[in-house]
Design a protein around this ligand. Structure first.
Ligand SMILES: NC(=O)c1ccc[n+]([C@@H]2O[C@H](COP(=O)([O-])OP(=O)(O)OC[C@H]3O[C@@H](n4cnc5c(N)ncnc54)[C@H](OP(=O)(O)O)[C@@H]3O)[C@@H](O)[C@H]2O)c1
Length: 240
Protein backbone atom coordinates (compact mmCIF):
# COMPACT_ATOMS: atom_id res chain seq x y z
CA UNK A 1 0.00 0.00 0.00
CA UNK A 2 1.37 3.40 -0.90
CA UNK A 3 2.20 5.98 1.73
CA UNK A 4 -0.67 8.05 3.17
CA UNK A 5 0.01 11.71 2.58
CA UNK A 6 -1.58 14.70 4.28
CA UNK A 7 -1.37 18.24 2.93
CA UNK A 8 -1.31 20.98 5.56
CA UNK A 9 -1.90 24.56 4.43
CA UNK A 10 -0.06 27.05 6.62
CA UNK A 11 1.94 24.04 7.78
CA UNK A 12 5.19 25.85 8.50
CA UNK A 13 4.30 28.01 11.49
CA UNK A 14 2.06 28.23 14.57
CA UNK A 15 -0.69 25.65 14.87
CA UNK A 16 -0.05 24.41 11.33
CA UNK A 17 3.55 23.55 12.19
CA UNK A 18 2.37 21.64 15.27
CA UNK A 19 -0.05 19.72 13.03
CA UNK A 20 2.74 18.97 10.52
CA UNK A 21 4.98 17.72 13.33
CA UNK A 22 2.26 15.57 14.90
CA UNK A 23 1.29 13.97 11.58
CA UNK A 24 4.91 13.18 10.72
CA UNK A 25 5.32 11.54 14.13
CA UNK A 26 2.20 9.47 13.40
CA UNK A 27 3.86 8.12 10.25
CA UNK A 28 2.17 10.11 7.50
CA UNK A 29 3.91 11.81 4.62
CA UNK A 30 3.24 15.55 4.83
CA UNK A 31 3.12 18.28 2.22
CA UNK A 32 3.50 21.48 4.21
CA UNK A 33 2.37 24.63 2.44
CA UNK A 34 4.14 27.79 3.54
CA UNK A 35 3.76 31.37 2.41
CA UNK A 36 6.05 33.82 4.24
CA UNK A 37 7.84 31.19 6.31
CA UNK A 38 11.18 30.60 4.59
CA UNK A 39 11.88 27.06 5.77
CA UNK A 40 10.64 24.38 8.13
CA UNK A 41 12.72 23.75 11.27
CA UNK A 42 15.91 21.91 10.37
CA UNK A 43 15.36 19.15 12.95
CA UNK A 44 12.05 18.26 11.28
CA UNK A 45 13.68 18.03 7.85
CA UNK A 46 16.53 15.96 9.33
CA UNK A 47 14.18 13.59 11.18
CA UNK A 48 11.85 12.88 8.24
CA UNK A 49 13.87 13.60 5.09
CA UNK A 50 11.86 11.25 2.87
CA UNK A 51 8.38 12.04 4.26
CA UNK A 52 8.14 15.81 4.12
CA UNK A 53 7.84 18.18 1.18
CA UNK A 54 7.37 21.93 1.34
CA UNK A 55 5.25 23.79 -1.18
CA UNK A 56 5.70 27.52 -0.99
CA UNK A 57 2.85 29.74 -2.17
CA UNK A 58 -0.14 31.90 -1.34
CA UNK A 59 -3.11 29.62 -0.64
CA UNK A 60 -5.42 32.27 -2.09
CA UNK A 61 -3.87 31.67 -5.51
CA UNK A 62 -5.19 28.65 -7.41
CA UNK A 63 -1.79 27.49 -8.68
CA UNK A 64 -0.67 26.87 -5.07
CA UNK A 65 -3.42 24.30 -4.49
CA UNK A 66 -2.56 22.56 -7.74
CA UNK A 67 1.11 22.44 -6.68
CA UNK A 68 0.21 21.05 -3.25
CA UNK A 69 -1.93 18.27 -4.68
CA UNK A 70 0.67 17.37 -7.31
CA UNK A 71 3.39 17.24 -4.62
CA UNK A 72 1.19 14.97 -2.50
CA UNK A 73 0.72 12.58 -5.39
CA UNK A 74 4.47 12.40 -5.95
CA UNK A 75 4.95 11.54 -2.27
CA UNK A 76 2.21 8.89 -2.06
CA UNK A 77 -1.59 8.79 -1.85
CA UNK A 78 -3.45 11.97 -0.85
CA UNK A 79 -5.20 10.81 2.31
CA UNK A 80 -6.26 14.14 3.81
CA UNK A 81 -6.01 17.91 3.62
CA UNK A 82 -5.84 20.12 6.70
CA UNK A 83 -6.58 23.76 5.87
CA UNK A 84 -4.90 25.60 8.71
CA UNK A 85 -3.67 28.72 6.89
CA UNK A 86 -5.46 31.73 8.26
CA UNK A 87 -5.13 35.46 8.76
CA UNK A 88 -7.01 38.07 10.73
CA UNK A 89 -7.19 41.85 10.29
CA UNK A 90 -9.12 42.81 13.39
CA UNK A 91 -10.94 46.18 13.37
CA UNK A 92 -14.34 47.44 14.34
CA UNK A 93 -16.47 47.14 11.23
CA UNK A 94 -17.06 50.87 10.70
CA UNK A 95 -13.33 51.46 10.35
CA UNK A 96 -12.49 48.26 8.48
CA UNK A 97 -10.83 48.75 5.09
CA UNK A 98 -12.37 46.86 2.20
CA UNK A 99 -8.88 45.57 1.34
CA UNK A 100 -8.51 44.02 4.81
CA UNK A 101 -11.96 42.44 4.62
CA UNK A 102 -11.11 41.00 1.18
CA UNK A 103 -7.76 39.58 2.32
CA UNK A 104 -9.27 37.68 5.25
CA UNK A 105 -12.00 36.18 3.08
CA UNK A 106 -9.54 35.47 0.24
CA UNK A 107 -7.06 33.51 2.37
CA UNK A 108 -9.30 31.83 4.94
CA UNK A 109 -12.36 31.00 2.84
CA UNK A 110 -11.00 31.34 -0.72
CA UNK A 111 -8.04 29.16 0.24
CA UNK A 112 -10.42 26.53 1.65
CA UNK A 113 -12.36 26.55 -1.62
CA UNK A 114 -9.26 26.20 -3.81
CA UNK A 115 -7.54 23.43 -1.87
CA UNK A 116 -10.84 21.55 -1.61
CA UNK A 117 -11.50 21.85 -5.35
CA UNK A 118 -8.11 20.42 -6.31
CA UNK A 119 -7.96 17.76 -3.57
CA UNK A 120 -11.41 16.50 -4.59
CA UNK A 121 -10.20 15.74 -8.10
CA UNK A 122 -7.86 13.13 -6.61
CA UNK A 123 -10.02 12.03 -3.66
CA UNK A 124 -13.13 11.30 -5.74
CA UNK A 125 -11.01 9.21 -8.12
CA UNK A 126 -9.51 7.15 -5.30
CA UNK A 127 -12.86 7.05 -3.45
CA UNK A 128 -11.36 8.18 -0.17
CA UNK A 129 -10.33 11.43 1.39
CA UNK A 130 -10.53 13.57 4.48
CA UNK A 131 -10.89 17.35 4.55
CA UNK A 132 -10.26 19.04 7.90
CA UNK A 133 -10.81 22.80 8.11
CA UNK A 134 -9.41 24.74 11.05
CA UNK A 135 -12.25 27.07 12.00
CA UNK A 136 -12.64 29.14 15.16
CA UNK A 137 -15.08 29.65 18.02
CA UNK A 138 -15.59 33.09 16.43
CA UNK A 139 -17.69 31.34 13.74
CA UNK A 140 -20.22 30.24 16.36
CA UNK A 141 -20.04 33.10 18.84
CA UNK A 142 -19.03 36.06 16.67
CA UNK A 143 -16.52 38.46 18.17
CA UNK A 144 -16.42 42.25 18.39
CA UNK A 145 -13.60 43.46 16.16
CA UNK A 146 -13.46 40.18 14.23
CA UNK A 147 -16.42 40.37 11.83
CA UNK A 148 -14.31 39.48 8.77
CA UNK A 149 -12.52 36.64 10.56
CA UNK A 150 -15.77 35.28 12.06
CA UNK A 151 -17.50 35.50 8.67
CA UNK A 152 -14.63 33.67 6.96
CA UNK A 153 -14.73 30.87 9.53
CA UNK A 154 -18.52 30.58 9.42
CA UNK A 155 -18.11 30.36 5.65
CA UNK A 156 -15.64 27.51 6.06
CA UNK A 157 -18.14 25.61 8.18
CA UNK A 158 -20.85 26.05 5.52
CA UNK A 159 -18.41 24.97 2.83
CA UNK A 160 -17.46 21.89 4.84
CA UNK A 161 -21.08 20.84 5.36
CA UNK A 162 -21.93 21.33 1.68
CA UNK A 163 -18.86 19.44 0.46
CA UNK A 164 -19.79 16.51 2.70
CA UNK A 165 -23.21 16.40 1.07
CA UNK A 166 -21.76 16.50 -2.43
CA UNK A 167 -18.95 13.95 -1.95
CA UNK A 168 -19.78 11.49 0.87
CA UNK A 169 -20.84 9.05 -1.85
CA UNK A 170 -17.21 9.12 -3.06
CA UNK A 171 -15.90 8.29 0.41
CA UNK A 172 -14.83 11.88 1.12
CA UNK A 173 -15.45 13.12 4.68
CA UNK A 174 -15.23 16.68 5.91
CA UNK A 175 -15.01 18.20 9.34
CA UNK A 176 -14.43 21.70 10.70
CA UNK A 177 -12.38 21.86 13.88
CA UNK A 178 -13.27 24.90 15.92
CA UNK A 179 -10.77 25.84 18.64
CA UNK A 180 -11.29 28.68 21.07
CA UNK A 181 -8.26 30.61 22.27
CA UNK A 182 -5.04 28.64 21.83
CA UNK A 183 -1.71 29.33 23.58
CA UNK A 184 0.24 29.81 20.33
CA UNK A 185 -0.10 31.40 16.90
CA UNK A 186 -2.73 34.13 16.55
CA UNK A 187 -3.90 33.65 20.15
CA UNK A 188 -0.45 34.43 21.55
CA UNK A 189 -0.23 37.58 19.40
CA UNK A 190 -3.30 39.21 20.99
CA UNK A 191 -2.80 42.24 23.24
CA UNK A 192 -2.49 40.90 26.84
CA UNK A 193 -5.77 42.49 28.03
CA UNK A 194 -7.77 40.98 25.16
CA UNK A 195 -6.09 37.61 25.62
CA UNK A 196 -6.83 37.60 29.36
CA UNK A 197 -10.45 38.55 28.81
CA UNK A 198 -10.95 35.72 26.28
CA UNK A 199 -9.04 33.23 28.40
CA UNK A 200 -11.33 33.94 31.33
CA UNK A 201 -14.43 33.18 29.27
CA UNK A 202 -13.13 29.65 28.56
CA UNK A 203 -13.91 27.29 31.43
CA UNK A 204 -10.65 25.41 30.98
CA UNK A 205 -8.57 28.44 29.94
CA UNK A 206 -6.53 28.36 26.74
CA UNK A 207 -6.04 25.17 24.77
CA UNK A 208 -2.46 24.17 24.09
CA UNK A 209 -1.33 23.97 20.47
CA UNK A 210 -0.77 20.23 21.00
CA UNK A 211 -4.50 19.81 21.78
CA UNK A 212 -5.32 21.09 18.30
CA UNK A 213 -2.62 18.99 16.62
CA UNK A 214 -3.67 15.86 18.51
CA UNK A 215 -7.34 16.36 17.63
CA UNK A 216 -6.43 16.77 13.96
CA UNK A 217 -4.44 13.52 14.15
CA UNK A 218 -7.56 11.81 15.50
CA UNK A 219 -9.83 13.37 12.87
CA UNK A 220 -7.70 12.16 9.94
CA UNK A 221 -7.41 8.67 11.42
CA UNK A 222 -9.61 5.60 10.93
CA UNK A 223 -11.37 5.92 14.30
CA UNK A 224 -12.95 9.17 13.06
CA UNK A 225 -14.24 7.67 9.82
CA UNK A 226 -17.86 8.32 10.78
CA UNK A 227 -17.37 11.97 11.68
CA UNK A 228 -18.61 13.86 8.63
CA UNK A 229 -20.14 17.21 7.71
CA UNK A 230 -20.02 18.53 11.24
CA UNK A 231 -18.11 20.88 13.51
CA UNK A 232 -15.93 19.64 16.36
CA UNK A 233 -15.74 22.33 19.03
CA UNK A 234 -12.71 22.50 21.29
CA UNK A 235 -13.03 25.69 23.30
CA UNK A 236 -12.97 23.92 26.66
CA UNK A 237 -16.47 25.19 27.51
CA UNK A 238 -17.51 28.84 27.23
CA UNK A 239 -19.51 30.95 29.70
CA UNK A 240 -21.53 34.06 28.99
N1 LIG B 1 -4.23 30.66 17.76
C1 LIG B 1 -5.51 30.67 18.08
O1 LIG B 1 -5.87 31.08 19.22
C2 LIG B 1 -6.53 30.14 17.12
C3 LIG B 1 -7.82 29.89 17.57
C4 LIG B 1 -8.79 29.40 16.69
C5 LIG B 1 -8.43 29.14 15.39
N2 LIG B 1 -7.16 29.40 14.94
C6 LIG B 1 -6.84 29.10 13.54
O2 LIG B 1 -5.68 28.30 13.48
C7 LIG B 1 -5.08 28.46 12.21
C8 LIG B 1 -3.58 28.68 12.37
O3 LIG B 1 -3.40 29.96 12.97
P1 LIG B 1 -2.27 30.26 14.05
O4 LIG B 1 -2.94 30.61 15.29
O5 LIG B 1 -1.24 29.20 14.05
O6 LIG B 1 -1.70 31.64 13.44
P2 LIG B 1 -0.29 32.06 12.88
O7 LIG B 1 0.82 31.61 13.78
O8 LIG B 1 -0.41 33.51 12.58
O9 LIG B 1 -0.16 31.22 11.53
C9 LIG B 1 -0.88 31.56 10.40
C10 LIG B 1 -0.56 30.52 9.36
O10 LIG B 1 -1.29 30.86 8.16
C11 LIG B 1 -0.37 30.88 7.06
N3 LIG B 1 -0.79 31.83 6.05
C12 LIG B 1 -1.17 33.11 6.21
N4 LIG B 1 -1.46 33.66 5.01
C13 LIG B 1 -1.27 32.69 4.09
C14 LIG B 1 -1.41 32.64 2.68
N5 LIG B 1 -1.83 33.70 1.96
N6 LIG B 1 -1.10 31.49 2.04
C15 LIG B 1 -0.68 30.40 2.75
N7 LIG B 1 -0.53 30.39 4.08
C16 LIG B 1 -0.82 31.53 4.75
C17 LIG B 1 0.97 31.27 7.67
O11 LIG B 1 1.99 30.84 6.80
P3 LIG B 1 3.37 31.68 6.62
O12 LIG B 1 3.90 31.94 8.00
O13 LIG B 1 4.25 30.77 5.83
O14 LIG B 1 3.02 32.94 5.86
C18 LIG B 1 0.93 30.50 8.99
O15 LIG B 1 1.33 29.17 8.80
C19 LIG B 1 -5.79 29.63 11.53
O16 LIG B 1 -6.72 29.12 10.59
C20 LIG B 1 -6.51 30.31 12.68
O17 LIG B 1 -7.65 31.00 12.26
C21 LIG B 1 -6.20 29.90 15.78
Amino acid sequence: MSRQVIAVTGGGRGIGLAITTRLLAAGYGVVANTHRTQALPGELLDSYPDRIVTVSGDIGVERTSQDIVEAAQRLGRLHAVVHSAGVCRDRLLMTMDKADWDEVIRVNLGGAFLITKHALKVMTRQRYGRLVYVSSAAALMGNAGQSSYAASKAGIEGLSRSVSQEYARFGVRTVALSPGLVDGGLGAQLPPAVRNERRERQLLGEAAVRHVAGTVAFLVGPDADHINGTVVHMHGGIRF
